[in-house]
Ligand binder design. Sequence first.
Ligand SMILES: [Zn+2]
Length: 69
Amino acid sequence: MSNTNSKTCPVCGVKILGGDKVVFSSGPMGTRGRLWARVCNYAKQVGCINQDQEEIGQVHENDYYNPMK
Ligand SMILES: [Zn+2]
């Protein structure tokens, strides 16, 4: 663990690399916005490290989970 910028959200269990890269437990890498839209948005728990709107940035429509796809 040499990358000090990476953090794991203790609530969602998702790893946030430095910047705007997020590693999901399954599937491709995403952004903080995508993580928020799909996970943290619903978790909304104390201790979640991805609830800061300014750090999350813009959440796009296709960041939300869409079962129709
Ligand atoms: Zn979280």
